[in-house]
Design a protein around this ligand. Structure first.
Ligand code: NDP
Length: 486
C-alpha cells in the first residue's frame, strides 16, 4: 500500500473533498505527516445517504456472509500491519510498544471477535404464557420470540487517542449486527482510518456499508450526526462534545452509545501492596502519555501509607523515559498537539496556584521538538480543586489522602465522572464490598488490566450504554417482540 488516500470514501467510491485538504501533524516532530481531506457538511450528509442506501442489502445478507467479510477485514489488517504501524506512530505519537502491541493488533482482534459474534442467533425464545381472556382478545396460550434487529445507519465519531481501535470497536459490532456506518475520525489522526477504508474495500465490504468522512473542524461531524439518514450515534470523546451531540440526537430520538470522559480513582487502602499500587497508578504515565479515558489519574491514599506511596510513585516517574516514540526504550511519548499540551500545562498551573505541590515533573522536557510534558505527580491536592475534578488527558497524577473508607468513597464518587476506578488492598473481600459503593462503570481490584468480555461504559457524565464483548453487539440492535396464539 502506498500513501493513504487523500479523498473521502462514500458509497464505495473515493471522492474528492469539497473543502480541499489540511495537514496532519506528527506530534513528535511537528512535521506534516500527510494531507487529510476536508469534507463539506453536504458530503457528510451524502455519506449518510450512501449508508442508508446500502442498509437493506447488508441487513438482509446472511450472517455467514457478514462474518466472512469481517474476518477478511481482520486478516487484511494483519497483512498490512507493518505498513500501518509507522503511520499510526507518525499520526498519534504512540511509542513503539503501544503502537505495535495495542493499536493495530487490538483492532484486528475486534474484527475477529465480531466475525464470531456475527454468527450468533438473533432470536431469544420465550416460554408460552397462559393469558386470560380480556375485552381486547380471547385468552389462551400465547407464544412469543424476541428478535434482535439492526438499528440502521450508525455514525461512528471517534477520538484521537486510539483511532483504529476505537473505530474497530464500533464498526465491527455494528456491521456484525447488520447496520451500515459512516466513520468520522478525529481531525488529528484520520489518515490511518482512510487507509483502513482501503483495506475494507479490498476485503469486499459492499459499497456504502462503510463510509469515511474527515475534516479539520466540527462542521463535518456536526452535519453527520444531524443527518436525517443517521439512526444512531456511537460517540467516543469528551463529555463536552458528547453533551452537544446528545442534544442533537435527542431532537430526532436517535439512538446513542456514548463513551465519554473519566477521572479514575485508584483507592489505595492501608493494607495494599504498595509496589503493585504504584505500578498500576504509574500506568497513567507509561501508557500513551496518560491520553487514556480509563487511566487511574487520582491516587486516593490512606494517610498511613501516603508518604511511602508518594516515594514509590516519584521513583516510578523517574524510570519513565520521555523521548522519541521511534526509540524502543521510550516510555512516554508526546501529547497529540500543542493545544492538548497547553491544556495540560494550564491545568497544572491552576493546581499549583490553588496550593498543590509538584512532587515530580511539571515541566516540558528538554526536547527541541514535539508536544511533550514530563510525567508529573501533584501532592497536597484537595478534592474540590480543579486538578482533582477535571480530566488532564495527559501524564499527570494527583494524590489525595484519606483517613477512612467512607471518606475515600466520597472522594472517589465526588466528580461528575464514573468510568473506571481501581482498588488496591490485600483483603479482596473488603475491596469487593467497597467496589459496590463506587458510582462507576468499571472497577479493577489490584489490577489495571482490562477484561474485554465485560461490558464497558460509564456512570454519570462518563457515558450512556455499554460496549465490548457481546454487549457491543447488543448496543447496535433494537429488540422486536413477535407474539402469536399458541
Ligand atoms: P473530542 O470530544 O474533542 O472529539 C471526539 C470526536 O468528536 C472527534 O472526532 C471530533 O472531531 C468530534 N466532534 C467534535 N465536536 C463535534 C460535534 N459538535 N459534532 C460531532 N462530532 C464532533 O475528544 P478527543 O478526540 O479530544 O478525545 C479525548 C476525549 O475522549 C477525552 O475526554 C477522553 O476521556 C475521551 N475518551 C473516552 C473514551 C471512553 O471509552 N470513555 C475512550 C477514549 C477517549 P472534530 O473536532 O473535528 O469535530
Amino acid at each position: 500500500m502506498g500513501v493513504p488516500s487523500s479523498r473521502i470514501y462514500v458509497g464505495g467510491e473515493w471522492v474528492e473533498p469539497a473543502g480541499g485538504h489540511y495537514g496532519v501533524i506528527n506530534p513528535a516532530t511537528e512535521q506534516v505527516v500527510g494531507e487529510a481531506p476536508e469534507a463539506s457538511a453536504a458530503q457528510a450528509e451524502q455519506a449518510a445517504a450512501a449508508a442508508r442506501a446500502a442498509f437493506d442489502g447488508w441487513a438482509s445478507a446472511s450472517q455467514a456472509h457478514r462474518s466472512e467479510v469481517l474476518a477478511k477485514v481482520g486478516d487484511l489488517l494483519t497483512k498490512y500491519n507493518d505498513d500501518l504501524v509507522p503511520l499510526v506512530q507518525a499520526e498519534t505519537g504512540a511509542t513503539m510498544r503501544v503502537a505495535s502491541t495495542m493499536q493495530v493488533p487490538v483492532a484486528v482482534e475486534r474484527f475477529q471477535r465480531y466475525a464470531r459474534h456475527a454468527m450468533e442467533s438473533r432470536l431469544v425464545p420465550l416460554p408460552p404464557q397462559a393469558i386470560d381472556a380480556t375485552p381486547l382478545a380471547p385468552g389462551g396460550l400465547v407464544g412469543a420470540v424476541i428478535r434482535r434487529a439492526p438499528v440502521g445507519v450508525v455514525a461512528c465519531v471517534t477520538p484521537y487517542n486510539f483511532p483504529l481501535v476505537n473505530m474497530a470497536g464500533k464498526v465491527a459490532p455494528a456491521l456484525a449486527m447488520g447496520n451500515t456506518v459512516v466513520i468520522k475520525p478525529a481531525p488529528q489522526d484520520p489518515l490511518q482510518v482512510l487507509r483502513f477504508a482501503e483495506i475494507a474495500h479490498e476485503a469486499g465490504v459492499p459499497a456504502g456499508v462503510i463510509n469515511v468522512v474527515t475534516g479539520s473542524t466540527s462542521d463535518t461531524g456536526a452535519a453527520l450526526v444531524a443527518s436525517p439518514d443517521v439512526d444512531m450515534i456511537s460517540f467516543t470523546g469528551s463529555t463536552a462534545v458528547g453533551r452537544r451531540i446528545g442534544e442533537v440526537a435527542g431532537r430526532d430520538i436517535k439512538r446513542q452509545l456514548m463513551e465519554l470522559g473519566g477521572k479514575g480513582a485508584a483507592m489505595v487502602l492501608e493494607d495494599a501492596d504498595l509496589d503493585k499500587a504504584a505500578a498500576g497508578i504509574g500506568s497513567t504515565w507509561a501508557f500513551h502519555s496518560g491520553q487514556i479515558c480509563t487511566a487511574p489519574t487520582r491516587a486516593l491514599v490512606h494517610r498511613s501509607v501516603h508518604d511511602q506511596l508518594v516515594e514509590k510513585l516519584v521513583a516510578y516517574a523517574g524510570f519513565c523515559k520521555v523521548g522519541d516514540p521511534l526509540d524502543a526504550s521510550t516510555v512516554v511519548g508526546p501529547l497529540i498537539s500543542a493545544a492538548q499540551r497547553a491544556r495540560v500545562e494550564e491545568l497544572l498551573a491552576e493546581g499549583v496556584a490553588a496550593g498543590a505541590t509538584v512532587a515530580v515533573g511539571g515541566q516540558r522536557p528538554a526536547m527541541e521538538r514535539g508536544f511533550y510534558v514530563e510525567p508529573t505527580l501533584l501532592t497536597g491536592v484537595r478534592p474540590d480543586m480543579t486538578v482533582a475534578q477535571e480530566e488532564f488527558f495527559g501524564p499527570v497524577v494527583v494524590v489525595l489522602p484519606f483517613d477512612d473508607e467512607d471518606e475515600a468513597v466520597a472522594i472517589a464518587n465526588g466528580t461528575p465522572f464514573g468510568l473506571y476506578d481501581y482498588l488496591f488492598s490485600q483483603d479482596t473481600a473488603r475491596a469487593y464490598r467497597v467496589a459496590a459503593r463506587l458510582r462507576t462503570g468499571n472497577v479493577g481490584v489490584n489490577t489495571v488490566a482490562r477484561n474485554h468480555e465485560t461490558p464497558f461504559g460509564g456512570f454519570k457524565h462518563s457515558g450512556i450504554g455499554r460496549d465490548c464483548g457481546v454487549f457491543a453487539l447488543h448496543a447496535y440492535s433494537e429488540l422486536q417482540s413477535v407474539v402469536w396464539p399458541g
